[in-house]
Design a protein around this ligand. Structure first.
Ligand SMILES: Nc1nc2c(c(=O)[nH]1)N[C@H]1C(S)=C(S)[C@@H](COP(=O)(O)O)O[C@H]1N2
Ligand SMILES: [Mo]
Length: 320
């Protein structure tokens, strides 16, 4: 019980906000909730709050040998808050294929991200399967400072490096009947222990209009270098006006379709996680309020902004 007192107040609400256990494999998860597992959960959570040795974390990031990237800075996206500390952002992650305790960085060693190919298919004139380096070479690489808002109420602000999703869309020339883009995370249950749970691979989707919006990017880096595995190496989606679960990690397939694709969380828990999933302070999650958010690292509480503050970029995407 004394341990509970040292939790930051948002720890409890996020613990409630982790429904994967209930919906994916209840029995196994409950078994995993022995004392040891609880202790691990506590320490990893505290890392996100700066209570743990930052040197270990910095050492871990250094040993990942992340290549520095070349990019231009796109200054049209300004922040209303300081950037989140890099080590904090890299040690407090949602990536359920590896861990449900935010301590993903401790569980990614076996995950190989080189070589990596991206398959782009479906209702397009130019389907292609590309080595990730070849795709990157064709794309305008820029850095953008974006806010990120998880549906669980934690938030961060980070410098992503990547390219607009619409540039990739232009490359493959969608047919006129393409209405949605479906994105999938790699599927290698032999390498990633938690992928033996049902419902993987993780999938997400956007309408074509959302995918063509200038805000939607495919990120290949963060803080000046390649993405660490826990952030979704080597390529992940970033759609900052939507809750974080839409920003699917480690993508190996992009498919253009004429109907709304089934997506991971929406399929598992449709009444809690919509397909659209735009950040909205006035629409509470069925189990908690979305009115405020907590910044990772500092614990600062802020008012949630409609579309995560990106309303002016969204234009007429949604009829309100
Ligand atoms: N494949 C996959 N992508 C994923 C997730 C996941 O569990 N698996 N979690 C999502 C959620 S809930 C969030 S908030 C963000 C977190 O991104 P970050 O860990 O880089 O901050 O990734 C999203 N992308
Ligand atoms: Mo999230």
């Amino acid at each position: 019980m004394t341990l509970i007192k040292i939790f930051p107040d948002w720890f409890i609400s996020e613990n409630h906000a982790t429904p994967e256990a209930v919906f994916l494999n209840r029995r196994r998860f409950l078994k995993g909730l022995g004392l040891g597992a609880i202790a691990t959960g506590i320490s990893s959570t505290l890392i996100g709050c700066n209570f743990t040795n930052q040197d270990d974390i910095k050492e871990n990031l250094k040993s990942a040998n992340l290549k520095a990237l070349t990019f231009t800075k796109n200054s049209s996206f300004s922040l209303d808050r300081p950037l989140t500390d890099e080590a904090v952002a890299a040690t407090y992650n949602n990536y359920y294929e590896f861990s449900g305790n935010k301590d993903v960085w401790k569980h990614v060693d076996k995950f190989t991200t080189h070589p990596w190919t991206l398959e782009i298919k479906g209702l397009v004139n130019n389907p292609q399967t590309l080595a990730i380096e070849d795709l990157i070479a064709k794309m305008p690489i820029e850095e953008r400072l974006y806010r990120h808002r998880c549906v669980e109420t934690w938030a961060m602000a980070v410098p992503w490096i990547g390219f607009p999703l619409k540039e990739l869309i232009k490359l493959v020339e969608p047919k006129s009947n393409a209405k949605f883009v479906k994105l999938s995370t790699f599927f290698r249950p032999e390498e990633v222990s938690r992928q033996d749970l049902q419902s993987y691979p993780y999938t997400e989707g956007l309408t074509m209009a959302e995918a063509m919006n200038d805000l939607a990017i495919l990120a290949i880096g963060i803080y000046g270098h390649e993405l660490p595995k826990q952030h979704g190496a080597p390529i992940r989606l970033v759609v900052p006006w939507k809750y974080g679960f839409k920003s699917i990690k480690s993508i190996d397939k992009i498919e253009f379709t004429d109907r709304q694709p089934a997506t991971f969380w929406n399929t598992l828990v449709p009444n809690e996680y919509g397909f659209e999933a735009n950040v909205n302070p006035n629409q509470p999650h069925p189990r908690w309020s979305q009115a405020t958010e907590r910044m990772l690292g500092t614990g600062e509480r802020r008012k949630t902004k409609l579309y995560n503050g990106y309303e002016s970029y969204i234009g007429d995407l949604y009829q309100v």
